[in-house]
Ligand binder design. Structure first.
Ligand code: PLP
Length: 502
């Protein structure tokens, strides 16, 4: 494909993408293909001769789109959103055009420098304390990772390094030091709760450290409270375990609960005081709901200023902030721990700027070596929407969730809210008949869930809270408007009434 061929192919592809968005509502939200559908449609070998673009492009509609679940569909109310927007798509286009494995500053200075700048912009928009800025006094800063799972793993590696540096006696060396580290590693435990995303457990598995999930209670709204954490820490001490890491969540996956940052701060102060050797590293997972921090009222309501006393914070712009996958924005209060834990030098990567300590080399802040130019799409989104545009979008989609919850309340004969509305997410179930027990309510709610998903017009996901089956309704997708949420509610009402008749 030469430049002219690219021009024609690109124009035709962009037209097709615009058509896809303009008509997305006509498609089923969830793909209905059978497993293995694509093998039947594609040849068993790559073509021997190159094919014209027109033939390749035809297969998008014919062979690929049938196997796509449309996350940008206005009837997508499942999981959390996986955002995109036209400015973000343009960022990806330029990123692909300027492709490189930009692991060191010299590999493309703009890639590193733009990332540092836009992450500082974002930190200020989110109301993060100054210690997370690259210009802050504590040597903080942000880095874009592929996912929240990579972010928590990276934070845990740094936390382990910090804990071992601070607690293994400095006068030990050689085999005695190795033995002391091996013993400590066998006692170290990463803490989370039963509603923390599974990525924290996965990080502990990968690192070979113990993992403990602290049970949370319905009366705490499924969030971690100070007294519950204090008891778990005391339990660890009694069992000779050494907690070194805690994930605190701002917006849990099941219900969008926010852990009690003030309670966590005081429980930890009673265990190992902040700043003392062996303090517990607190990582805040705000993968989804962190986007809402662009609104000052959310910063106040979630007590985000308290993350100044924690160690790392992560949010995914690719969930609810109009930027396509992948853009997980990880902030650290002291970047030195990333660099100490993750720097492995090899002669081939040496260069004057890096060796002189003049620049940031993001390969030292992440697990892979190479990295994409992700900050371009973040820059395009922040500039195209501006702070006001982002706030308007978050407030609009949050309000859709509040409206939906109000409609549920107005049909208290059919529905009961289990949690929320919280960050455009409500979890609810069917009330059932007067004589219904918990098992029957679960069965009726499951029947409702199956019935509405079978329509193809909407997709919701489910959860189980203390043995009670609930439907999660999320309203954060960019294309979702009030009329779509109203239509989804009417579908739910119609299906619920049918189920009760049968
Ligand atoms: N943390 C929370 C609270 C989540 O809801 C999710 C996914 O939905 C994750 C982490 C994992 O996100 P990722 O796919 O970026 O690893």
């Amino acid at each position: 494909m030469d430049s002219n061929g690219f021009r024609n192919a690109a124009i035709s592809s962009i037209e097709e993408i615009i058509g896809y968005y303009d008509n997305i509502e006509t498609r089923n939200v969830v793909s209905t293909v059978e497993p293995g559908y694509l093998r039947k449609l594609l040849p068993t070998e790559a073509p021997a001769q190159g094919e014209p673009w027109a033939d390749i492009q035809k297969d998008i509609e014919a062979k690929i789109l049938p196997g796509i679940t449309h996350w940008q569909h206005p009837g997508f109310h499942a999981f959390f959103p996986c955002a995109t927007s036209y400015p973000s798509i343009l960022g990806e286009l330029y990123s692909a055009a300027l492709s490189g494995a930009c692991f060191n500053w010299i590999c493309s200075p703009a890639v590193t420098e733009l990332e540092t700048i836009v992450l500082d912009w974002l930190a200020k928009l989110l109301g993060l304390p100054d210690c997370y800025l690259s210009t802050g006094a504590t040597r903080g800063g942000g880095v874009i990772q592929g996912s929240a799972s990579e972010a928590v793993l990276t934070a845990m590696v740094a936390a382990r390094e910090k804990y071992l540096c601070e607690t293994v006696p400095a006068d030990l060396d050689g085999e005695a030091r190795d033995d002391a580290i091996a013993h400590k590693r066998s006692r170290m435990v990463a803490l989370a709760t039963t509603t923390t995303h599974s990525s924290t457990k996965k990080a502990a598995i990968i690192l070979g450290v113990r993992f403990m999930a602290i049970p949370v209670r319905a009366e705490d709204n499924y969030a971690l409270s100070g007294p519950v954490l204090a008891r778990a820490l005391a339990d660890c001490r009694a069992r000779d375990l050494e907690p070194f890491f805690l994930t605190a969540t701002l917006g849990t996956t099941d219900t969008c609960a926010v852990d009690d940052f003030a309670g966590i701060t005081s429980a930890l102060a009673g265990f190992v005081p902040a700043g003392a050797p062996g303090e517990v590293w607190v990582h805040v997972d705000a993968a989804y709901a962190g986007a809402a921090l662009v609104c000052p009222e959310v910063q106040a309501a979630t007590n985000v200023a308290l993350v100044a006393g924690f160690h790392s914070f992560d949010m995914n712009m690719h969930k609810w902030l109009l930027t396509n996958f992948d853009a997980s924005c990880l902030y650290v209060r002291d970047r030195e721990w990333f660099v100490r834990a993750l720097t492995v030098n090899q002669a081939v990567y040496g260069n004057a700027a890096s060796d002189g300590g003049l620049v940031t080399d993001y390969r030292e802040w992440q697990i892979p070596l190479g990295r994409r130019f992700r900050s371009l799409k973040v820059w395009f989104v922040l500039r195209s929407y501006g702070a006001d545009g982002l706030r308007a979008y978050i407030r609009r989609t949050t309000k859709l969730g509040d409206d939906f919850a109000a409609w549920l309340r107005a049909r208290a004969d059919l529905f009961e809210i289990m949690t929320g509305p919280s960050f455009a997410l409500t979890v609810f179930r069917m009330v059932g008949r007067p004589e219904s027990d918990e098992d029957e309510r679960n069965a009726l709610t499951k029947a409702l869930y199956d019935a509405v998903n079978a329509t193809g017009h909407m997709w919701v996901t489910s959860t189980v809270l203390n043995g009670r089956f609930g439907i999660r309704m999320m309203t954060g997708v960019r294309t979702t408007e009030k009329e779509h949420v109203e239509a989804a509610f009417q579908t739910l009402v119609g299906a619920a009434e049918e189920i009760l008749k049968s």
